[in-house]
Design a protein around this ligand. Structure first.
Ligand SMILES: CC(C)(COP(=O)(O)OP(=O)(O)OC[C@H]1O[C@@H](n2cnc3c(N)ncnc32)[C@H](O)[C@@H]1OP(=O)(O)O)[C@@H](O)C(=O)NCCC(=O)NCCS
Length: 157
């Protein structure tokens, strides 16, 4: 089944903010006030999109500053990407396809792509590298973000 992307609607956000990842990925679970999160992810500046397979919500992604971690060097004009797949669908060897669908969509923006990944998240690093991303930075976040401080920046033309 092909994976489609479209801008999120409120029901998507109310769904994905309940997703909970198991350690060591639990930092990627979204927490906070529900009403504020809904407003945040629906606001255009986050560029939040739903990933759909067979019309079912299987993940979401964001574009722009939401996908940056304070402490990294984001001076160069790139399209930053954040991604979360429904927890029950993770760890089954489909990561490469999820990421490829997001890349295909993001390339429409005609900007080089960039992703920031926690150093502990070897699973994510593998799938982005498998899709042609290469590490360009390794930095310490200004404060703890998602329960960790060490991050890498990966880029692809
Ligand atoms: C990151 C994410 C997209 C990866 O998708 P996935 O479907 O879970 O990934 P896969 O099951 O295909 O695993 C990817 C690779 O990591 C490997 N892997 C899994 N767990 C691992 C671990 N603990 N250490 C090292 N490698 C690991 C797999 O074996 C696989 O390698 P292969 O391609 O050589 O077979 C998904 O897990 C996710 O959304 N996670 C939560 C949010 C997140 O981490 N976002 C990343 C920020 S961009």
């Amino acid at each position: 089944m092909p994976i489609e992307l479209r801008p999120v609607v409120e029901s998507d956000v109310r769904d994905f903010i309940t997703w909970r990842y198991e350690p060591p990925y639990d930092g990627y679970s979204i927490t906070g006030n529900e009403a504020e999160l809904v407003e945040y992810f629906l606001s255009g500046k986050v560029g939040c999109h739903a990933l759909l397979e067979n019309s079912e919500l299987i993940g979401f992604c964001t574009f722009g500053s939401d996908a940056q971690v304070p402490g990294g060097d984001y001076f160069q004009n790139r399209l930053d990407i954040g991604l979360g797949i429904r927890p029950a669908l993770t760890g089954q060897g489909n990561g490469r396809d999820f990421v490829a669908a997001v890349i295909e969509f993001a390339l429409q923006q005609e900007l080089p792509l960039r992703v920031t990944i926690a150093g502990i998240n070897e699973r994510a690093i593998k799938v982005w590298e498998a899709n042609g991303f290469r590490q360009t930075q390794n930095f310490e976040a200004e404060s703890e973000v998602m329960g960790t401080r060490r991050f890498g920046v990966y880029e692809r033309d």
